[in-house]
Design a protein around this ligand. Sequence first.
Ligand code: ZN
Length: 429
Amino acid sequence: MDKTFRFIPRYTDEELHALQTKGLIWTVHQAEKSPQYRELFRKAGVSADDIRSLDDLQKLPTTDADDLRAGYPLPLCCVEPRDIVRIHSSSGTTGKRKILAYTAKDVLMFNTQMARCYEMAGLTPEDRMQIAVGYGLWTAGAGFQMGSEMFGLLTIPVGPGNLQIHLQMMEDMGTTCFGATASMSLLLAEEVERAGIRDRLKLRTIICGSEIRSEKMRLAIESKLGLKDSYDIGGMTEMYGPGTSIDCIYHTGLHYWADLFIIEFLDPITHKPVPEGQLGEMVVTSLVKEAAPLVRYRTHDLAYKVPGKCECGLNMPRHSAIMGRSDDMIIFRGVNIYPGQIAEVLAKHPEIGSEYQVQLSRDDKAIDHMTLTVERAANQTSDIDEGLARRIEEDMRLSLLVRLEVSITDPSTLPRTFSKSKRIVDNRQ
Ligand code: ZN
């Protein structure tokens, strides 16, 4: 990759180690400015002065979404309220929302991590960025927008929703890059294919955020739109927002900014580190975050650390795609199953589409049943259903070690949403 990096820093292992050590020590002292963190540290019998090296990280307690809710409306706040310039909030499914505060420097770092992602996706200031993610309390819109402007892209802030406006702006403005959820990208791709307007568009790159995207979904989006490439972007409100990680042209995991965050991969039950390459929960410690620093924050996102160095030459570690949520884990007949594992098996079958839905039920004898519904690909007929269903059942049995029933349905019949797809329906009450 011989090009000049404007936003992505290039560090040696030693430099990264030094930056992380310095950032960790600064962060625990910053955290101690908050009564909430002081109490958490006191309970764990640790103080900022005990943290002198990266090995001391394990002495610190883990934190969780509950700590954010407990400190409502400005949780874990380590600065004077007058130094806060913005807040963002993530979806409050139950009870109070999680609100995260930002200083001016935090906003700058947020913009910078997004600008780094645009650089990684091979964009130049000649590109035109159309944004389809949500604005407002959500971080996504602000991140995609401010990072795009920082990078120097012509920015088209359409927001989520109206597909027809998106298609019109895309054609009229000569949009070259589209930022959206994977579901929205798939909807767009299907509409472009249906309307036969691919040749009228200049779109060549898509950056997908905030959702698990299977290999199959990636291929469907790329082929229907005739893209040069597409990327998956990582992030969450607690880590400024989107842009904490993105894949490079080799697509062998998502590089994350190790000068901004330490990511541990822990067993969700025992909280002990898992070996590289093995699925664990990502637990994050921020290194330069001022208003609401993170100390061993449990993301509940499951991924693994990709072993070795990337071919692209960038010395930033990689995590795998998010394979699911530790809370989304399905316990079915005593076996732990993550949605990402199901998607992985489905990706091996070209005769089906990328959408799927899992239904869990319990019969009169208290025995659990799992039905997996998938869509037949548009170029197939229903004659294949019976044999195909049995082959997928067998593959699932071999890789998940459970028996389930597969049902094949017509293309485009499963629910598609603009937001995160609801793929697991659990009726086992
Ligand atoms: Zn790479």
